[in-house]
Design a protein around this ligand. Structure first.
Ligand SMILES: Cc1cc2nc3c(=O)[nH]c(=O)nc-3n(C[C@H](O)[C@H](O)[C@H](O)COP(=O)(O)OP(=O)(O)OC[C@H]3O[C@@H](n4cnc5c(N)ncnc54)[C@H](O)[C@@H]3O)c2cc1C
Length: 222
């Protein structure tokens, strides 16, 4: 996976989150993360493609365009020129798509794991950081209310471990972009006019709702 940020004028609505392509043939996620006073935006982009070789999972490995551009070199859409987006990037980083098998324990007496130390997951659901924040919220509330901090740590594990482990596994098997993979299989990768002709809208909603239910993204939970 290669990712970077590029400053440029807004595209589409200026607030669109775009998931384009498939993991097998090359996939991108592109969205704005900052608005500047001169009207330009900082665009965050991430590319993914299957590879046999990969570097160690180090946040600071610089990426080189020539190492990853091949599946994307013809991606010149009327709404965004992808090779240009790469060429204008302020920086590019490389990171392997890795996670860890869920573990059945986060707490040892006075010590608790949380965030990525407890549950590193594929960044396919926009969820690793979010779950780390929910860990912190849960743990801080328990520590504030419970005099016995060891009991608070155990309760933290009871409340969070099963929920987050399910998200780790779902990010492997049916992350939100499972919708794209499903439609790609149904169409054989061929263009189509109306998504309703390819897949029943109820099935689309069901795929999305399944992830929301696992990740507690349902409206009542929020
Ligand atoms: C490409 C990519 C895209 C992502 N996109 C999203 C997203 O859209 N939404 C989302 O919610 N999550 C996303 N994530 C996941 C998110 O970045 C992580 O889940 C989150 O950063 C985990 O936070 P953390 O505090 O647990 O760990 P980290 O962010 O890894 O923080 C741990 C810190 O500890 C420091 N450290 C390590 N060892 C020591 C030591 N011995 N002493 C002192 N300090 C030490 C490290 O330098 C680091 O700063 C993404 C991840 C990747 C790789």
């Amino acid at each position: 996976m290669w990712r970077g940020v590029t400053r440029r004028r807004p595209f589409l609505t200026g607030g669109s989150v775009n998931r384009v392509g498939t993991v097998q043939r090359g996939k991108m996620v592109i969205y704005a993360i900052r608005q500047f006073e001169d009207g330009t935006q900082l665009i965050n982009w991430n590319t993914e493609q299957p590879r046999d070789d990969h570097k160690p999972n180090d946040w600071a490995t610089p990426g080189r365009i020539e190492d990853f551009i091949e599946p994307f070199q013809d991606w010149k859409f009327d709404w965004l020129d992808i090779p240009q987006l790469f060429a204008d990037a302020e920086f590019i980083m490389e990171y392997p798509m890795v996670d860890r098998d869920p573990v059945d324990r986060w707490v040892w007496d006075r010590i608790a794991l949380m965030g990525d130390a407890a549950h590193p997951m594929y960044p396919r659901g926009g969820n690793g950081g979010a779950q780390a924040i929910l860990d912190a919220e849960c743990l801080s509330e328990l520590l504030a209310d419970e005099e016995d901090f060891r009991a608070a740590l155990r309760e933290f594990e009871d409340r969070r471990l099963d929920t987050v482990n399910k998200i780790v596994l779902t990010n492997r098997s049916q992350p939100p972009d499972y919708i794209i993979e499903t439609v790609d299989k149904l169409t054989g990768g061929e263009p189509f006019e109306r998504i309703e002709d390819v897949i029943d809208p109820a099935e689309l909603a069901a795929i999305s709702d399944r992830y929301k239910a696992v990740a507690n993204y349902t409206l009542p939970e929020l």
